[in-house]
Unconditional design. Structure first.
Length: 317
């Protein structure tokens, strides 16, 4: 479980499901025949991530460069690239109006309409907006050809701008979740993982002897159990946190003292012989409203604090 979780957290985030939902929701909200989303990739290019209503094959989707601010408009290849570079929205209500833009290249026309001539009659209206987070460019969101109307209205523009802000929020929250979880997991698992490696090495050395000391092997086994249990506990907490984020619930009154008492059996299993984990309180109860996600994070906090205290407690502490 920890290995699988770590692999999922450190690999590049797979946005396919999220971005597909984004374009579907945007197209439905704005009643657009076509909606497309480009995100900035690791190389700094705009890479197509998802679309709704695109007529061509996914391999026909063009990538776009993001140009320096000093670049002239005529040097920027593609209106999508212009929106990203200039960080400004663009609106066109006819193909002729689209072609007037000095950055227009027509790369989208063959893939979507079958050619530039077909695009001249098939295209009606387009609105493209940059996705910005604190002036950092995340990508570009485009809508094209409203259903049953000639062009998008100013009200549609406002809706699209709101959708763009919502997309930025979704992407930012996803990134924030990963940045919070990964350091927490790495910090918490580093010590027990190192302990497992060290004890296994000692175990192997003893086992390789002509007459292994069974009592020493038993002690090594007990020492290995503790960090393994610690890693298991943390991985369960983090998996519970991920589940809670995807399926949030309303806060419920939680007795903190009862909550802490329930942690004692687990924490005492982590303590070596001679070290005791007890709960001391001047109150009989202390209730606070916590949702499932908050209770999970509280478990992780308590685990971190007590685990550190156990490591540095003297014998009999």
């Amino acid at each position: 479980v920890p290995a699988t979780l770590a692999d999922a957290l450190v690999r590049p985030f797979e946005t396919a499901e999220l971005t597909d939902k984004i374009v579907g929701m945007t197209a439905e909200t704005l009643d657009a025949k076509v909606c497309s989303l480009w995100l900035v990739d690791e190389s700094g290019k705009l890479h197509h991530k998802a679309s709704r209503g695109f007529a061509g094959a996914p391999t026909e989707m063009p990538d776009y460069l993001i140009y320096p601010d000093a670049a002239e408009d005529k040097e920027i290849k593609g209106i999508t690239a212009w929106v990203a570079t200039r960080r400004k929205p663009f609106w066109a209500n006819s193909h002729a109006e689209l072609r007037k833009h000095v950055s227009w290249q027509g790369a989208w026309d063959p893939a979507q309409y079958g050619g530039k001539e077909a695009a001249a009659t098939g295209f009606h209206s387009m609105y493209a907006v940059p996705l910005l987070l604190n002036n950092e460019l995340l990508g570009v969101l485009k809508i094209e050809n409203p259903r049953n109307r000639a062009h998008f209205t100013l009200a549609d523009h406002r809706k699209c701008d709101l959708m763009a802000n919502y997309v930025v929020l979704l992407l930012a929250l996803t990134k924030q979740l990963r940045l919070q979880l990964l350091p927490s997991m790495a910090h918490t698992m580093k010590s027990p993982a190192a302990g497992i490696a060290m004890m296994l090495d000692q175990f192997s050395r003893e086992l390789a002897k002509s007459e292994p000391d069974l009592e020493r092997l038993r002690l090594y086994t007990e020492e290995i159990k503790k960090p393994v249990f610690a890693v298991l506990t943390v991985s369960q907490n983090i998996m519970a946190e991920i589940t809670a984020r995807m399926d949030p619930e309303n806060p419920v009154e939680t007795d903190l003292l009862e909550f802490l008492k329930n942690q004692l059996p687990t924490l005492n299993q982590l303590a070596p012989k001679g070290i005791r984990v007890d709960l001391s309180s001047t109150s009989e109860s202390f209730a606070v409203p916590l949702n499932r996600s908050e209770r999970t994070w509280l478990e992780i906090v308590v685990f971190n604090l007590v685990h550190n205290a156990i490591r540095f407690s003297p014998a009999g502490g």
